[in-house]
Write a protein that binds this ligand. Structure first.
Ligand SMILES: N[C@@H](CCC(=O)N[C@@H](CS)C(=O)NCC(=O)O)C(=O)O
Length: 204
């Protein structure tokens, strides 16, 4: 099994899940700048030309963060990343679906406003994105309350997409609420993640 990622991109969340799950296989870090995700070989594996992508031993490729998280969680049930059943499972899927909508809606205009409109509109588009980033973080903060983890008593896939978004907020210059910084510290302190976080360029 191979997980295709690129350091300092949203693929971080699936990369953390893959490592926490302890699945056999390789994490392959592609340079987006170098176009490594769009070589003929990579496009044959994933015509979307994006990371993350999970290449199964069968040769099938699974894309989209929520689907990859589900695959990883189901292949490693003991990890608890995707709870086995009931409301906890549905709640994690709810967070992942919400992430899949909110991340491009909020963070992409903040990162790359030029994709969404011509130069005169860029600043306004960026500002709109930054406002939505702050709203997304405030919503997570309110949902987390005084708890350590978003769902249940241990880390789940929902905490990994959240920790990634908390990091990305910093990249676009939005200061995350203290509670989310503390939440990210809890995620990043998981011993299994130390090497991966170093490889992604996060200080120990
Ligand atoms: N909907 C996808 C989005 C993946 C995505 O946007 N990946 C970006 C990195 S953050 C990418 O590969 N960009 C390179 C490109 O589109 O050429 C998911 O949630 O996994």
């Amino acid at each position: 099994m191979i997980l295709l990622v690129s350091a300092r991109t949203s693929s971080l969340a699936c990369r953390l899940a893959f490592v926490l799950a302890g699945l056999p296989g390789e994490v392959r870090d592609l340079s987006l700048r170098g176009g490594e995700h769009r070589t003929p070989e990579m496009l044959a594996l994933n015509p979307k030309g994006q990371v993350p992508a999970l290449i199964l031993d069968s040769g099938e490729t699974i894309t989209e963060t929520p689907a990859i998280m589900l695959a990883i969680g189901e292949m490693a049930p003991a990890s608890g990343l995707i709870p086995a059943e009931g409301a906890a499972r549905w709640r994690v899927m709810e967070w992942l679906s919400w992430y899949a909508y909110q991340f491009p809606r909020a963070f992409q205009p903040a990162f790359r406003p030029a994709i969404f409109g011509p130069p005169p509109a860029e600043n306004q588009i960026r500002e709109g994105g930054l406002t939505r980033v702050a709203e997304v973080l405030a919503f997570i903060e309110a949902s987390l309350g005084a708890r350590d983890w978003l769902v249940g008593e241990a880390v789940t896939a929902a905490d990994l997409t959240t920790a990634m978004m908390t990091s990305f907020a910093g990249f676009v210059g939005v200061v995350p609420p203290d509670a989310l910084m503390a939440h990210r510290r809890r995620v990043f302190a998981l011993p299994a993640l130390a090497e991966t976080l170093k490889a992604e360029g996060f200080a120990a």
